[in-house]
Write a protein that binds this ligand. Structure first.
Ligand code: MRU
Length: 348
């Protein structure tokens, strides 16, 4: 199982091979692989690797341990636990280790392929929103603001929030993306800006504080973000800072859409603010910035006084009332429980 180690992008393209569930856990917790859909897909393959290393007389115990290890790596993203639970469910009727190995490999592949096809459909549905805005702009580009990285690096092949942008771009609709740098880990600066430029999509990198100003001056037509966990009434946990963009969009009457495959819904909870666990990460991510020096070397520099106390909340929750709609693989729905459940009646 190979991953792109995202810590080195955009400066270096490093591929790492993993042969055990412990390596997968480390890759997820150190954010070598990151992004809601991708950590789900990686966890699926993590369980497959656990079956390869399981003891034939302790299959159930070994797999349960692997499942716990994987789930505890990152608490906020629903896709991770969803993929692990799906694997355990599939494997519960297996009688031999051989059977477990082949079924878990097939399930891991299925999780990854499904992610790609769901995100492709999200792209088609979301494209219509961009098309409608473009129709009123007499050929001028649709300006879309995005936060963090919800692109093909964060999923399999398409991405959630970027899928409609790619679909619109491919259809010849002029688009331009404002990319929030996304402190502290800089997913926007390091990943989204690079990803969009690989696709030939015009984009401009902005510091995280810029979005509100752009919105006040009519320079943003649409905000499009992903999510790590969405409740049954449509509250959305996404990368820290998303809530502030939603507030600014609401104040400026700018549509704010969230794109997600159904694997991101947590059907067991309603109130996101009080029920979604928010990951807190180490101070070093706030205290240091990594990048490439003029000499072409990757280096990490300290940007505050050593030992400065830091808080590093990974996510915040945007309440459903600030969201114009959710773009899913089944279509676009208002962020309201009854509407969401009419798209997903099996969870009613
Ligand atoms: O901490 P990360 O980089 O794994 O963050 C998760 C995300 O990718 C974002 O919050 C994203 O906008 C959600 S959709 C992948």
């Amino acid at each position: 199982v190979c991953i792109i180690d995202q810590r080195f992008l955009p400066h270096e393209f490093v591929v790492e091979r993993m042969t055990s569930v412990e390596e997968v856990c480390r890759a997820i917790s150190e954010m070598r692989v990151r992004g809601a859909g991708l950590i789900g897909a990686a966890a699926g393959y993590g369980i497959y690797l656990a079956t390869r290393n399981a003891h034939p007389h302790r299959i159930k115990e070994d797999l349960e341990k692997a499942a716990q290890q994987l789930i505890s790596t990152r608490p906020t993203a629903r896709n991770l636990a969803w993929a692990v639970e799906r694997q355990l469910d599939e494997l519960s009727s297996c009688e031999t280790l051989d059977e477990c190995q082949s079924r878990s490999l097939a399930t891991a592949r299925c999780i990854a392929d499904e992610d790609a096809s769901f995100c492709q459909r999200i792209g088609e549905h979301g494209k219509k929103i961009i098309e409608e805005i473009a129709a009123k702009k007499s050929g001028k580009p649709v300006n879309i603001l995005t936060h963090c990285n919800a692109g093909w690096l964060a999923f399999v092949d398409y991405g959630s929030a970027t899928a409609p942008i790619y679909a619109a771009h491919a259809a010849g609709i002029p688009v331009h993306v404002w990319v929030d740098e996304t402190r502290p880990w800089l997913q926007g600066a390091r990943l989204t800006a690079w990803e969009l430029s690989q696709q030939g999509v015009p984009c401009t990198l902005i510091s995280d504080n810029t979005g509100g100003h752009l919105m006040q001056h009519g320079m943003v037509d649409l905000v499009l973000v992903g999510t790590d966990r969405t409740t049954r009434r449509g509250d959305v946990a996404n990368k820290i800072g998303t809530y502030l963009k939603a507030l600014a969009a609401f104040d400026n009457h700018i549509p704010f859409y969230v794109a997600l495959p159904s694997s991101t819904f947590d059907w067991s909870i309603t109130d996101g603010l009080h029920s979604i666990p928010i990951e807190q990460r180490g101070a070093d991510e706030v205290l240091y910035v990594a990048g490439k020096t003029d000499r072409g070397e990757m280096e990490r520099v300290l940007i505050a006084q050593e030992g400065t106390p830091c808080a590093n909340y990974g996510f915040d929750v945007t309440p459903a009332r600030l969201i114009s709609g959710l773009i899913t693989e089944r279509g676009i729905t208002p962020a309201r429980e009854a509407d969401i459940l009419s798209l997903y009646p099996e969870f009613a």
